[in-house]
Ligand binder design. Structure first.
Ligand code: BTN
Length: 252
């Protein structure tokens, strides 16, 4: 990672400390370690050229060789239950940052996937937010993985993941990182209700048959909307359900 090139494209003043690592288990894990040691600063950015144990949501592995692995730390004065749907804010910023870096339109699949197309798109980026109580508020560890230069993915995700390179979009990881950081500065601390319209303009979830896994009971229905708190509204046989967790799978 060429820090000079990154800084050349960085307009945001919010991100003061940029830590670039050759290799780490996980940039989120590294941020959590700094937090435990008391040295994680608000606005810190951690970028690794390689993660040996990158993690996705629900403890899934995240393959980031050839990709961008970036974590930012935001210290919120709010307790964890009041910080709002930061994943949604971050997803919007990532989609906007990718558009700025490549000129291509990206779409948001609820809650945390950035997709290459509105219909039948592949996953280009994902977000893992880890929130920990800290200093009377909450440390938000916002991890972003973007598929940038990968030529191939492991068999199990090859049909659902795509890199910018595979899409014919050549962008330097430094430029992608800087544009995401520029967009994050604008969006990460805004109340979600202010961003809802913009999120909906890039959404590719609503109107589709969805199945939400990983809750106690699977929910199946049609994604019908997003409320001002960032919950997905799903029309089911039992009526409208509000979904704030779980994995959304598009129905067959
Ligand atoms: C997902 O889609 O499940 C979330 C993927 C998040 C991956 C990023 S890469 C940078 C940061 N460090 C990690 O270990 N995970 C996140």
């Amino acid at each position: 990672m060429d820090e000079t090139l990154l800084v050349e494209h960085l307009r945001a003043a919010r991100w003061q400390e940029i830590i670039i690592l050759d290799e780490v288990e996980s940039t989120n894990g590294y941020a959590l370690q700094l937090l435990a040691e008391g040295t994680l600063r608000d606005g810190a950015v951690i970028i690794a050229d390689r993660q040996t144990a990158g993690r996705g949501r629900f403890k899934r592995p995240w393959f980031s060789d050839g990709g961008l692995a970036l974590t930012v730390a935001v210290m919120s004065g709010e307790p964890p239950h009041r910080v709002g749907p930061v994943t949604l804010n971050a997803g919007l910023a990532v989609a906007k940052g990718l558009k700025a870096a490549t000129g291509h339109d990206f779409y948001l699949k609820y809650p945390n996937d950035v997709m290459s197309e509105k219909e039948h798109g592949k996953k280009v980026a994902g977000i893992l937010v880890e929130a920990k109580p800290a200093q009377g508020g909450t440390a938000l560890i916002i991890g972003i993985g973007v598929n940038v230069e990968q030529e191939l993915f492991p068999d199990e995700i090859n049909s659902i993941a795509a890199s910018l390179h595979q899409l014919g979009l050549e962008a330097r990881r430094e430029v992608v990182a800087a544009e995401i950081l520029n967009a994050l500065e604008d969006d990460i601390e805004r109340p979600f209700c202010d961003l809802r319209e913009e999120w909906l303009n890039m959404d590719c979830t609503i109107g589709k048959a969805v199945r939400i896994k990983n809750l106690k009971v699977d929910v199946e229905g049609i994604a019908a909307g997003l409320d001002g708190d960032g919950a997905l509204l799903v029309e089911t046989a039992r009526g409208t359900e509000r979904i704030t967790a779980g994995d959304v799978i598009f129905g067959e």
